[in-house]
Design a binder for this molecule. Sequence first.
Ligand SMILES: [Zn+2]
Length: 54
Amino acid sequence: MTGNFVKVKCKDCSNELIVFVKATTTVKCDACGATITKPSGGNAKIFGEKTDLE
Ligand SMILES: [Zn+2]
């Protein structure tokens, strides 16, 4: 891992997903469908609790 990915915990259901910090598509929670990231030009806007990967 090079810091380009983060673990994000869904704010609605606590499901955890690994997402690319510069994702250019909207990423939704696998479990409940809540929006996890939205593209915002540079780094994606991340909704939920973000944890950096080692
Ligand atoms: Zn969820």
